[in-house]
Every structure is written in C-alpha cells, then in structure tokens.
Design a protein around this ligand. Structure first.
Ligand SMILES: [Zn+2]
Length: 320
C-alpha cells in the first residue's frame, strides 16, 4: 500500500464507495451519488425532454451518469456501480427498458449502454419498485418485513417488498394497483378499462374531477385539498369520493398481500393527514376478517428512487 496518498489514508477505501444513481421520469431525471448506507453525497436534476426521442434521452442519461462518476472521483470517492430506474415495464434480468411510454423507451438496452460508457457494473430497475425497496429498508417501512409501497401521483402504482426485496412478477409487470377496477362502468382509463383506481384516486383524476364539476380549469389535487379544508362543499365531495376509491383499492391489495404496512408516497402524499386520516378510517371500516395494516407516509421523498436504485446496484455487486 506504498502508493497511498494522504487522502486515501484519511478515508478508508470502504467508505469512499459510492453508486451513480439515476431515477428517470417522464419530466425529469433525479440523479445522485449514493453511499452504501443510503445517504446522498451529491444530488442533481436534469430535464428528460422525452420529445427528443429515445436515443437523445439515452444520450443524456449516459452523459449525466459519466458526469456523476467524474464528480465522485474529483471528490476523492470511488464509483463502484451504477443504478438506473425507469417507469413502465422493465426487464430487470436483461437490463432492458421494455416499454416506458412517458420516457419514449421501447426495448432499449439501457444497462448494456451504461456499462459500455462507464465501465461499471450496472442495474436497471423499475422506478416504483426501487423506491419501495428504499422505503422498506431505510424509510417508513423499515420496522416491517412485508411492505406495500403505493405511489399516488399522476398515476398510481404499487410495489410489494418482502424482507427488503421487491416482487416484480413473472413479466416485470406486478404492482399495477392503479388499474384494478373499483367502479365498474366508471370513467374510461387510457388502459382500455372503465373505473380503474387511477382514473378515480390519482392526483390527476382528483384535479380533473373538480375542474369539471366546479368549472375551474386547471384545478389540481392540491387545490382540492386546500379548498376542502376551507369548507368548499364540492371540493369535500370530490376528495371524499377519491379517498373512498383509494380505500376500496387498498382493501383489495390487503386481501391479496396481507402486509404489515402501506407506505404512501408520490405527490398526493404531500396532503399528509388530510389523506392519511380518512384513508386509515376508510380501510379500517372496510376490512372484515383481514388484519388492518398500518398506513404511513413515505419518508425519503423524491430521492427514494435514486437511493433504491443504488441499493440494488450494491446488492448486485455483492452477488457476483
Ligand atoms: Zn386502467
């Protein structure tokens, strides 16, 4: 070890390890250097600009990942792996983004392209599943072995995490809680069904419903929660109906999975107790013989995807 520099002697090699992590969404990319304990050394954001086409988006991912690896080295750290999360259908085994409509990916070999550019072992994960993994291991689900992470934003998706490992299903498509039908004959959903949970309980659906009934174009779920709190009868009705749909969906999920805790993330979770309070009562009232799960708010915020992608990349390193 005669060539050790002063800096590397000051910080033991194991503590210099970081993972290059990217959580790629339809609007933006959350990017970070994450330490093995899940803490974030450095974070940055970049627009996805999916309208440029998949090759340009992949080009940005490669440039950002390379820039993060360079930043790590400049800070005296050692990038040991890369973890990337994308939405949609993900073939985690082969590292292929099979279908991510809002990013524009179809059968894109993301993992191979990153490994080629960075020279680092890389994993490709599903955004909600990696976010759920982070919440289950380090966030709001850490006291439980069986966790259902439910992300409620523009859409609704869930991830079942057991003993810290996400369940992806036979085809990478598990957890589509947003597309279980809770109101047969209800509003049309882009998936082709009617009355999907996502078309009734997502932040987007709540805003649209109120906009339509109140004649307030552009109203958001945040507006609905605020107005409901101020006593606006229409906003209260829209909010109550959305919570009822969410509670119906969660009781179905609990019948299937029997988890210890539901960790609620995504934009709608920012409503805090205005969401969690009535959701807890709604689920409690509906459950008959099943055990009522705890219902808590996610703790890691919108860094959960990056942290989870980094954790999976570290798991992968240990398994090879
Ligand atoms: Zn649907």
């Amino acid at each position: 070890m005669g060539d050790c520099t002063g800096e590397s002697e000051a910080v033991p090699p194991a503590q210099r390890r970081v993972v290059v992590a990217l959580d790629v969404g339809g609007t933006g990319m959350k990017c970070a250097l994450v330490r093995p304990d899940g803490t974030v050394h450095h974070a940055e954001r970049h627009p996805t600009r999916a309208d440029r086409g998949p090759e340009a988006v992949l080009g940005t991912i490669l440039d950002v990942a390379e820039g993060l690896a360079r930043k790590a080295r400049a800070d005296g750290l050692e990038p040991v792996a890369a973890g990337v999360a994308v939405p949609g259908v993900v073939d985690e085994e082969n590292g292929i983004a099979v279908w991510s409509s809002n990013v524009g990916f179809r059968d894109v070999p993301v993992r191979a392209r990153i490994e080629e550019r960075l020279g680092l072992p890389t994993i490709l994960g599903h955004d909600v599943r990696v976010g759920g993994t982070a919440e289950a291991r380090l966030g709001a689900g850490r006291a439980h072995r069986h966790v259902l992470f439910v992300a409620i934003g523009t859409g609704i998706a869930a991830a079942l995490i057991v003993d810290g490992a996400g369940y992806g299903g036979a085809h990478g498509g598990a957890g589509e809680l947003g597309h279980i039908v809770v109101r047969p004959g209800g509003p049309a959903c882009p998936c082709g069904q009617h009355g999907c949970l996502e078309s009734l309980g997502s932040a987007r659906a709540i805003g649209l419903r109120y906009a339509e009934l109140a004649g307030v174009p552009g109203a958001t779920a945040h507006d609905v929660v605020t107005r409901a709190g101020q006593g606006d009868a229409l906003a209260r009705m829209v909010w109550r109906e959305a919570i009822e749909a969410l509670a119906d969906g969660m009781v179905i999920a609990q019948a299937l999975y029997d988890v210890g805790v539901f960790v609620i993330g995504g934009g709608l979770a920012e409503a805090g107790d205005a969401l969690l309070g009535p959701l807890r009562s709604g689920v409690g009232e509906r459950v008959t013989f099943h055990r009522v799960p705890e219902i808590v708010r996610a703790e890691l915020g919108d860094n959960a995807g990056c942290i989870g992608a980094a954790l999976l990349a570290l798991d992968h390193l240990e398994s090879v």
